[in-house]
Design a protein around this ligand. Structure first.
Ligand code: LFR
Length: 473
């Protein structure tokens, strides 16, 4: 029998990859066929994404399928959330594709709250306040480039834009749409009244479609360029939604951390919790696969260590950095969720400044810096686990850590120690696996999410770290 391949294009803030998958003896086989770097660039004083280059890389990776003789039955793209492009009536981009860490959203919360209070906004959307949410980004456009909003015919989130370039079809995938903070968790559709209240043109927002939706086939021009045709099936296009779909568990409520540039820690719920308690804890209710809610919290994550490495020790691998950190005894801790670490000019200096201001020992070497960051992250995970347990009214004995960060054994060990819980690390390719799972469910390879998760658990090795609270503190 011929093998059926599926292609996930998974683009994160620091790199993108093409992952090809198929089933063999009931197990998922995953093959990385192409990888490319990503990162924000500066343009006209703003942080932006180079979407032209990203799309060229998407096509480059697709051509690799032809070289390997493995043509996918379907493909789907996932990326980070909240960022978008504006298009005119001819489908041409208006302005640059701004990156969420760009400073133009500063103060935009107040602009939004002039139309709707923060409390009411949370009650309506269940989305945590992050100054980079699309709702605040659009407030910045309204203030700084009102013409763009007038000219625009359509807004597409990043993966929807790439899907549009591939197929010519404009839709808005649900999981990523919820990160705009303009979607109702009840109707799972655009909150028309909210959009009107804020004065954003309604025409910008496209029809929302659930993961698994068949968008169409590659446009003729694209087929010619890459050398094949295949279906485009919407995965959970928000990378975190894909990662959560791939958490290898059969339990309905587990605690997970999707660990990458960000650490997203939370659980799944079948209904959103838009209570004031949830808002005060800055929990979010992002849309997930199968209409589940991703009840989670954004924690600054490995972005801090990636930045420090780039500035202070680009020659060292993360493994070596962890090894050096493990030898340090420095006791300084920082609040990793402080907005000062979102986009500092220099992360190394910002971490040192925070320690200095708190009267704590100032880390000097890369080992000391990494020790402060990793310990502070693990400490934050422990605090967050307690918050989630209090809000959910239950205890979780285990944490699943998925995504690239699950490779950081040192951090996994610290997490087990600080939380006192068993850490199950892996799979590291959760984002791509969730993307692929949605495609394979759509193709009938798996009956449902539960079956896909069981297969993922069976196909990849996990590493266990037993927690004994107190050891590291
Ligand atoms: C992780 C992530 C987070 C989102 C942040 C910004 O890659 O998608 O879930 O809050 O990036 O988009």
């Amino acid at each position: 029998m011929e093998t059926t391949y599926y292609l996930a294009v998974d683009i994160g803030a620091s790199s993108g990859r093409h992952m090809l998958s198929h089933l063999e003896d009931g197990k998922l086989v995953l093959e990385e066929i192409y990888r490319f770097p990503n990162g924000m660039t500066e343009k006209n004083g703003h942080k932006v994404w180079d979407v032209e280059r990203l799309f060229a890389e998407i096509l480059n990776g697709m051509k690799q399928c032809v070289r390997l003789g493995k043509i996918p039955h379907s493909m789907g793209i996932d990326t980070w959330a909240v960022d978008y492009v504006l298009l005119d009536g001819q489908g041409r981009r208006i302005g640059d594709a701004a990156a969420y860490r760009d400073g133009r959203t500063q103060g935009m919360d107040e602009k939004v709250y002039a139309h709707i209070t923060e409390e009411e906004l949370y009650r309506r959307t269940g989305i945590q306040k992050q100054i980079f949410n699309t709702i605040y980004q659009l407030a910045a456009v309204k203030e700084q480039h009102p013409k763009w909003l007038e000219q625009a015919d359509c807004l597409l989130m990043m993966p929807d834009y790439f899907h549009f370039l591939l197929t010519g079809k404009k839709v808005q995938e649900y999981t990523n749409a919820t990160t705009t903070q303009l979607v109702s968790p009840v109707t799972k559709d655009w909150d028309e009244q909210l959009i009107r209240q804020l004065g954003y043109p309604r025409r910008l927002f496209q029809e929302i479609r659930m993961p698994g939706y068949e968008l169409g086939s590659l446009r003729g021009e694209i087929q010619k360029e890459v050398g094949f045709s295949c279906k485009v099936i919407l995965p959970p296009t928000h990378d975190t939604a894909s990662a959560v779909a791939a958490v290898p568990t059969q339990e309905e409520e587990t605690l997970y951390i999707s660990s990458g540039t960000w650490s997203l820690m939370g659980t799944e719920r079948m209904t959103a919790d838009c209570s004031s308690a949830a808002r005060e804890h800055n929990m979010t209710n992002e849309g997930g696969y199968d209409c589940r809610f991703r009840y989670l919290k954004n924690i600054m994550g490995l972005w801090m260590i990636q930045s420090v490495r780039k500035e202070s020790a680009p020659e060292l691998g993360f493994g070596e950095i962890c090894a050096r950190a493990a030898k340090e005894t420095i006791a300084s801790r920082i609040d990793v969720n402080d907005a000062r670490f979102l986009a500092p000019k220099n992360m190394t200096e910002e971490v040192r400044r925070a320690c200095r201001e708190a009267g704590e020992q100032v880390p000097q070497t890369i080992g000391e810096l990494a020790a402060v960051i990793y310990h502070s992250l693990a400490q934050c995970y422990a605090g967050t686990a307690e918050e989630i347990e209090a809000l959910m009214g239950k205890q979780y004995p285990e944490i699943h850590i998925v995504g690239g960060g699950a490779n950081a054994q040192y951090l996994n060990r610290l997490t087990a120690e600080y939380t006192g819980k068993t850490v199950e690390a892996g799979p590291t390719e959760a984002t791509a696996l969730g993307n692929l799972a949605a495609q394979m469910i759509a193709a009938g390879e798996f009956e449902d999410l539960r079956a896909a998760r069981a297969c993922i658990a069976d196909s990849f090795a996990m590493e266990k770290f037993e927690g004994e609270k107190g050891e590291t503190r």
